[in-house]
Design a protein around this ligand. Sequence first.
Ligand code: FES
Length: 105
Amino acid sequence: MPQIIVVNHSGEESNVEASEGRTLMEAIRDNGFDELLALCGGCCSCATCHVHIDPAYMDKLPPMSEDENDLLDSSGHRNEYSRLSCQVPVTAALEGCKVTIAQED
Ligand code: FES
């Protein structure tokens, strides 16, 4: 089970066990991070699961869909490492990846 590092709004880091086959959003939410609202439940329509991915891991993620790209455009906190965590599957390649919960818009 890959271990990821979740960084909350205060900059505190926590190690989280993430099950493969789930999404990054589920792994973060199910470990009690209520800053990640994930209001739409993972159907790529709210952008409240916005995270910033460790730059070294960006090329290990699947490409972004047009919908995800459009939704991220609505965020004032978007940067080149932005993803919607409900669109990112947990894989072994994410072992040690640092994931920062984006500030709310
Ligand atoms: S949970 Fe709504 S877009 Fe990811």
